[in-house]
Design a protein around this ligand. Structure first.
Ligand code: HEC
Length: 187
């Protein structure tokens, strides 16, 4: 009897550990992809700005960001994207879960957490299917202000207006949370 009880406890511990390990691994992999995404985007953005100025660089965000996201999604079998409470592209609008997390990021930042370190993960169950969801905040850097700041050059503004007539992604300051990477993994 005692032996059985012990082995049940043992089994519980083992499965408990495996689940924790699995989540930790999913978390680490998601964080790595978010970082790679950021690096790729920043690199292309800076190169395009240097080469042809900010109007030219708009296409990096417009065309390349969704392409890079799709590349990661395909490679990993996940959904990788960007979202924001004040989005430029309506395709990037947050769903209910993402909105809740973005609002929580704002609260955590207001309480003094560093936006660079803000991330959140949760196993979400919907219609009987479990998915692992991960978000990592994207802080606003100086280079972002050209297209997301308070004062935007008129030629840049005109092009943005043309592509995104309902743009909300302006008026940011350095250090603000511009948005977040959002990753969904099937389980
Ligand atoms: C050259 C102009 C430009 C610069 C500089 C720029 N962005 Fe953007 N950003 C855009 C455009 C255009 C979009 C819309 C992309 C799309 O259609 O998905 C966008 C979209 C985004 C989104 C997705 C959410 C949304 O608003 O649709 C995030 C997050 C974002 N930018 C963060 C940043 C950050 C962080 C920086 C600085 C490292 C930055 N951007 C610099 C033009 C720019």
């Amino acid at each position: 009897m005692r032996k059985i009880a012990l082995s049940i406890i043992g089994l519980g511990l083992i499965t408990g550990c495996t689940v924790a390990d699995e989540l930790e691994q999913r978390n680490a992999e998601s964080a790595a992809v978010a970082m790679e995404f950021m690096k790729a985007l920043k690199g292309e953005l800076q190169a395009a700005m240097q080469e042809g100025g900010p109007v030219n660089a708009i296409q990096v965000c417009n065309m390349r960001a969704p392409e890079i996201a799709a590349g990661f999604s395909e490679k990993k079998g996940w959904t990788v994207a960007r979202t924001s409470l004040k989005y430029r592209n309506p395709d990037n609008a947050p769903d209910a879960w993402e909105r809740k997390v973005l609002e929580q990021f704002e609260e955590r930042k207001a309480k003094g957490e560093d936006p660079k370190q803000l991330s959140y993960a949760e196993v979400v169950e919907a219609d009987g299917t479990k998915t692992y969801r991960f978000m990592k905040a994207i802080p606003t850097a100086a280079v972002c202000l050209t297209c997301h700041g308070e004062k935007i050059d008129s030629s840049v503004e005109a092009r943005i207006q043309e592509l995104y007539p309902e743009d909300q992604a302006r008026g940011y300051n350095e250090g603000d949370i511009r948005g977040a990477f959002t990753i969904t993994q099937p389980m």
